[in-house]
Design a protein around this ligand. Structure first.
Ligand code: DQA
Length: 145
């Protein structure tokens, strides 16, 4: 059986997870999330990428399309609320993308209530902390076995 190939993509400031606003985002680091995903889904081949730069995230989405990844878990950070370029990139590629947020963006400041990406993603998970990444992977595995 062919191994699932999933990209876990994280946007700006998510490299600071664990130290950054723990009341909002919890005290778990991005490396720890990576370890948990490897542990929970040994059958999946993961690629992890984090960048604070919009264009790097666009490039990564294009590359994942070209390399044929089966799905993408994407926390675009603050670019969620601002980036038409990331929305267009998600729309342009074939792999299904699930938008994930650690915090509940709808219970926060009004400017976070708008996601430019959500309408072009297959779904959105918001407010379930690090578990959101794992649930997104589960969905990708179950819908594209
Ligand atoms: C976030 C929510 C965004 O509004 C914020 O800018 C982030 C993190 C989250 O995971 O809850 O950087 O994407």
């Amino acid at each position: 059986m062919k191994k699932q190939n999933i990209l876990v993509l994280n946007g700006p400031n998510l490299n600071l997870l664990g130290e950054r606003e723990p009341d909002q985002y919890g005290d778990i680091s991005l490396d720890h999330i990576k370890e948990l995903l490897h542990w929970e889904f040994p059958e999946v081949e993961f690629c992890f990428f984090q960048s604070n730069h919009e264009g790097d995230l666009v490039d990564q989405l294009h590359e994942s399309h070209q390399s044929g990844v089966s799905g993408i878990v994407f926390n675009p950070g603050a670019y969620t609320h601002t980036s038409v370029a990331l929305r267009d990139a998600v729309k342009a590629i074939a792999p299904p993308v699930i938008e994930v947020h650690l915090s509940n963006i709808y219970s926060r400041e009004p400017f976070r209530h708008v996601s430019h990406l959500a309408p072009v993603c297959v779904g959105q998970i918001s407010g379930l902390g690090a578990l959101g990444y794992s649930l997104a992977v589960r969905w990708l595995i179950s819908s594209h076995p």
